[in-house]
Design a protein around this ligand. Structure first.
Ligand SMILES: Cc1cc2nc3c(=O)[nH]c(=O)nc-3n(C[C@H](O)[C@H](O)[C@H](O)COP(=O)(O)OP(=O)(O)OC[C@H]3O[C@@H](n4cnc5c(N)ncnc54)[C@H](O)[C@@H]3O)c2cc1C
Length: 432
């Protein structure tokens, strides 16, 4: 029995698997998978543990690919990079940077592994841009027999579309080939704007910027807008001292202090939220894309995020605001709003649908369920599809009808993992 324990980023998902291993080669990986298969045991793969849901835990064999994190091929002219699945987005950003290449779009952190981010449909914001998985051209997948198959448009297009957002349900992804774009700079502008006026212009704002994002602290009349646009202007990065002051001291430590105070004195939350909004202020800079996309997240929270048809965004946000205010919910973390283009991965929350993602958070140690259930009911009304890596209360029965390609994914799963070797309790709940 393994004594080692695995825990995710917010510490609320834990596992004490029988085997917890970090293979150093494909042969070692095949041996681990084969041994688990021989004794009829479940196999799960852990990325960087940044999912809030119980996708990773198992009492069987839990594998981390942290030692399989190399760049296998890089082609700056064709804009392709083939990497082992355990590489983190941060490490890949450094390599791409050196070769004048970049991710087309990114979420707000870079600690995830590429395979883990792709597996849950991780996304950034940009109404004309798809999620990370939409940039994956091919995947290499190890099945329960220890054999690796290549899934691409030629060999197995349906398998590729299933494996691009797989929740780890089809096998162990050992390598991925990512389409990149030439390195670019972003002009990032953050600043406040009236909430009512922003909601009126939300669709227009989403289309007017390459990457538009809105934050809103409940009980405030002001929204915080983040507008990032491509530019040829020379880089004007912040100094190290200013970066530390703004990102660490003001945003993270400031938010931490206000969140703690709000947790101890919930009645103060409306005032604290308005203070946080005022403190956020305005800022402007030009820098390499990944430096603008990615921000440090030191304050621990838990999160739920839903993708809904983008045309309902303002109505849904208004309903959440009314729900929080009516029940006087102690919510001291902002609501985050992003836009993502449709794609064709079978279980992508943005499958065939131009989407608005709405994320709600609660500070660590605070009750999340009443708030998240209230928001989920609103999202249900818009046919919302949950982010696979973030909390939700759905099941296969409630999810199947929201995914036009649900049955196609199940068919690929039956073909690639007929014995459900790569399942766990969470997958039984959400995939059946
Ligand atoms: C602070 C924070 C900020 C975040 N920001 C964003 C954001 O901006 N946008 C967004 O969309 N999401 C965001 N997320 C969610 C996060 O991107 C996803 O949960 C992502 O899946 C985490 O990647 P990971 O490497 O930690 O994978 P894990 O959480 O460890 O695993 C995720 C899934 O991938 C599977 N998996 C991992 N590696 C493999 C493999 N090699 N083969 C098969 N399956 C595999 C696992 O089994 C699991 O099902 C954020 C999360 C946190 C904690």
């Amino acid at each position: 029995m393994s004594a080692a324990e695995w825990a995710n980023w917010d510490g609320r998902q834990r596992a004490r698997p029988r085997v917890l291993a970090s293979p150093r080669s494909l042969a070692e990986l095949a041996q681990l998978v084969g041994a688990a298969d021989a004794c009829g045991e479940q196999v799960r793969v852990a990325g960087a543990g940044h999912s809030f849901t119980a996708l990773v835990p198992t009492s069987g064999t839990l594998i981390s690919l942290r030692e399989l994190d190399r760049v296998l091929d890089i082609d700056p002219v064709g804009g392709r990079v083939r990497v082992q699945a355990g590489i983190t987005i941060a490490a890949l950003n450094r390599v791409l940077d050196r070769h004048g290449m970049a991710f087309e779009n990114l979420g707000d952190i870079d600690s995830q592994t590429l395979a883990g981010a792709v597996a849950t449909g991780t996304h950034g914001t940009g109404s004309r841009l798809g999620n990370l998985s939409s940039q994956i051209e091919s995947l290499e997948l190890m099945g329960a027999d220890g054999q690796v198959v290549v899934l691409d448009e030629r060999s197995d297009p349906e398998g590729l579309r299933a494996a691009r957002v797989s929740l780890g349900a089809l096998g162990v992804i050992t390598a991925l080939t990512l389409r990149t774009v030439p390195a670019f700079r972003l002009h990032g502008r953050d600043g406040p704007a009236g909430l009512a006026a922003t909601l009126e212009r939300l669709q227009e704002l989403a289309d007017a910027h390459d990457h538009f994002e809105m934050y809103w602290f409940p009980y405030s009349d002001t929204a915080l807008l983040r507008r990032n646009d491509r530019t040829d202007a020379p880089a004007r990065p912040r100094s190290r001292a200013r970066t530390y002051m703004e990102d660490i001291v003001l945003v993270n430590h400031g938010l931490q202090a206000l969140s703690r105070l709000g947790r101890r004195h919930p009645a103060l939350i409306p005032v604290l939220n308005r203070t946080a909004t005022r403190l956020a202020g305005s800022s402007e800079r030009v820098d390499r894309s990944h430096r603008i996309f990615v921000t440090p997240r030191l304050v621990r929270f838990t999160e739920m995020e839903y993708a809904i048809p983008r045309e309902h965004a303002a109505t849904a946000i208004g309903a959440i605001r009314d729900g929080i205010h009516a029940a006087r919910l102690p919510v001291n973390f902002p609501i985050e709003v992003r836009f993502v283009a449709p794609d064709d991965a079978l279980l992508s929350p943005t499958h065939a649908r131009a989407s608005c993602y709405i994320a709600v958070h609660t500070y660590e140690g605070m009750a999340f369920e009443p708030y998240f259930r209230m928001v989920e009911e609103i999202m249900d009304g818009f046919g919302g599809r949950p982010h696979w890596g973030k909390r939700h209360f759905q099941s296969a029965a409630t999810l199947a009808g929201r995914y036009p390609a649900w049955e196609r994914f199940q068919a690929v799963r039956r073909r690639l993992d007929p014995d459900l070797r790569f399942g766990n309790d969470e997958l039984a709940r959400v995939l059946g």
